[in-house]
Ligand binder design. Sequence first.
Ligand SMILES: [Zn+2]
Length: 426
Amino acid sequence: MSEHLRKAVEDRRDEVVALTQALVRFPTVNPPGDAYGPCAEFIAKRLHRSGYETRLIVAEGEPGHTDRFPRVNVIARREGRAPGKTVHFNSHIDVVEAGHGWSVDPFEGVIRDGKVFGRGTCDMKGGLATSIIAADAFIETFPDYSGAIEISGTVDEESGGYAGVGHLAKQGLFSRPRVDHVIIPEPLNKDRICLGHRGVWWAEIETHGRIAHGSMPFLGDCAVRHMGAVLAAFEHDLFPALAARRTDMRVVPDGARASTLNINAIHGGQTDDHTGLPSPNVPDRCAMTIDRRFLLEESLDDVKAEVVAILDRLRRERPGFAYAIRDVMEVLPTMTERDAPVVTAVAAAIEAEFGRAPDYVISPGTYDQKHIARIGHLHDCIAYGPGILDLAHQPDEWIGIDDMVQSAHVMAAAIHGLLTGAAEPA
Ligand SMILES: [Zn+2]
């Protein structure tokens, strides 16, 4: 049986390449969110041919959705002969802008040296194509399977996923009893299982001052200098404390196993897009955007309180210091248990394919698993896919053809394991 499934995957080697190329040729660049409709329709048609019932879901009313750039998602379901568990493969169809430095057309799908090149090959249209042919191979080999297989192509992952997985999750499409196991073929490498991601807190800190003539700054109070004091306090107290805080989560790369803070932007005083000379003013406002990534061992309340404590201390110690702080976005860290069914099924399939146990990792940044955990309350979810993590968002992004085929073996065996309860086809 195992050999039949292997052969059914191998027979689809050319097809996984052609499918990846076809997907890359839709320039689904986000922002603005281009070509979502045609890409989703293409996927729906393709899955319909494999016997899926398909639905296009437009994310009316969600952030990002406009008449000009509609947020169109596709979800497809193929019922087996008898009721049972449902395995769902979710891929985002949006890609980041191509940028500079390409040696090939980023939307052509050029094949060279056993690789398909193009924006989104690795992250993650190659993963989507891989899941489609893996499911096809399973369906051909086990036509009488019980349960159901679902495949979705969703939008806006690169901008938070609110009109994509977030929208579908709100409609119950990522919850039990409809779905039991979710695999997200993000590029985390073909022999690794990604169990989850760190948390995110974006906030805007504003310091306040008093406007005055720039020739007599002593008559005003410079908000930029107050922000300088915030920066100095962060450098002195916060950054060292964060770097010393290590997690038991296996975050890759290793530098992300600590808490991190990025100063995303600082702005005070006159905007730099003015024409002519600036007018001499003491700025009365300065704003800083921070991007704090936190660990499973930290609570969001503690993460916020740590920053607020520094600001409150400055208010006590620094004459005239006044501030405001505003949340911009928050995502809790999530981690699927190592003994969850989807983890053990994919782990067994990786071991069968590569002859060794998988690495278990945590992603430094978030991806759509957050919506599945938080809105769908489904915790049997991982990221597993054929792309190489370091190539995502780079020029000359590519996906290895052998990597897709090997990963399709893993996915097909995992479907078998999850729908029949067997670790792998025997
Ligand atoms: Zn991605």
